[in-house]
Ligand binder design. Structure first.
Ligand code: 13P
Ligand code: SF4
Length: 305
């Protein structure tokens, strides 16, 4: 079926089913274009928490749909491709975290939302790339914190806190391939460009950034800033929206290989099937959900700058 026909069919099914389509900024362009909301992990969680729709179709990866299920147990949460996961989230389990906690008694755990519901259930508070610094600094009485699973996000947050951050050794395989050497090369080719980096990038890459932002933070920044050219240090899916929202500006991927395979698994026919069959459903077991909800809700209460 042709793209336009599929897009129209999806919008029609969404209406018939009283469903909302939440789409992460890394998804395929043809999916972003028909979203009710595109956003970063934080923005999509906030929207999931307040939507009136009965069904949430989450075009992203497994942990994002789980977060929606944690926040909205009465809604049906659909993840059109069940195998769309996050390799970084898979680098930690609830069991391995429980073991680490025993080695660090009294140390609170901050888990990046890129983690399973059972890891969130073992955590004190969650954070996203948009609020990691605020979340860490909100833990006022503690001078040591355990951050999981992203070592790069943790090392980025360490720059902005006096607390000692002990970190898990996880990483995003697509952000972690970007090297400082590659950034220097692209900067040399585009000397007028500002370099925007995602905090999942390595410390040496962060050192070279003009701005460090979540995906939605990058979109906001590019809309408001006067500069014409930008080097983008995150998954390349965001470049579609950057270009659509800023037709007069130029966006250059820092590394064209920064493509998250899982984020690209979902295609338009998968969304049609999900809406027709009301499947695959993501539902977090109630005991885990209640514990994980505490960590997610505590994060949502942290004031943003
Ligand atoms: P944000 O969109 O929250 O910045 O996160 C990036 C990411 O890797 C999501 O998987
Ligand atoms: Fe996970 Fe990285 Fe893909 Fe985000 S881009 S879903 S962190 S593997």
């Amino acid at each position: 079926m042709d793209i336009k026909v599929l897009q129209k069919k999806i919008r029609q099914l969404l209406k018939e089913r009283n469903a909302i389509l939440l789409v992460h900024n890394y998804q395929r362009p043809e999916i972003q274009d028909i979203a009710d909301l595109t956003g970063d992990s934080l923005g999509l969680s906030i929207e999931a928490a307040k939507t009136q729709a009965e069904i949430i179709v989450f075009c992203g990866v497994h942990f994002m749909a789980e977060t929606a299920s944690i926040l909205c147990p009465d809604k049906v949460v659909l993840l059109p491709v069940i195998s769309a996961g996050c390799p970084m989230a898979d680098m930690i389990t609830a069991q391995s975290l429980a073991k680490k906690k025993k080695e660090l008694p009294g140390v609170p755990v901050v888990s990046y939302v890129n983690s399973s519901a059972s890891v969130k259930a073992e955590s004190d508070i969650c954070c996203t790339s948009a609020n990691a610094i605020q979340v860490v600094n909100s833990l006022a009485p503690y001078d040591t914190i355990l951050m999981t699973p992203d070592k790069n996000l943790a090392q980025y947050a360490q720059r902005y806190t006096d607390k000692r951050i002990v970190y898990w050794e996880g990483f995003c395989p697509y952000h972690d391939i970007l090297t400082a050497e590659q950034v220097r090369k692209v900067k040399q080719e585009h000397p007028q460009a500002l370099f925007l980096a995602h905090p999942e990038c390595r410390p040496g890459v962060i050192d070279l950034a003009d701005e460090v932002k979540s995906t939605s933070g990058m979109l906001d920044y590019a809309r408001k800033a006067k500069n014409r050219e930008y080097i983008i240090g995150t998954e390349t899916g965001i470049i579609h929206t950057l270009k659509t929202q800023n037709p007069d500006k130029v966006f250059i991927p820092a590394d064209e290989n920064m493509i998250c395979i899982d984020m690209k698994k979902t295609q338009l026919p998968d969304i049609v099937n999900a809406l027709v069959n009301l499947s695959p459903v993501i539902k977090v077991a109630e005991d885990i959900r209640v514990q994980a909800k505490g960590a997610v809700e505590r994060m949502l209460l942290v004031p943003r700058d």
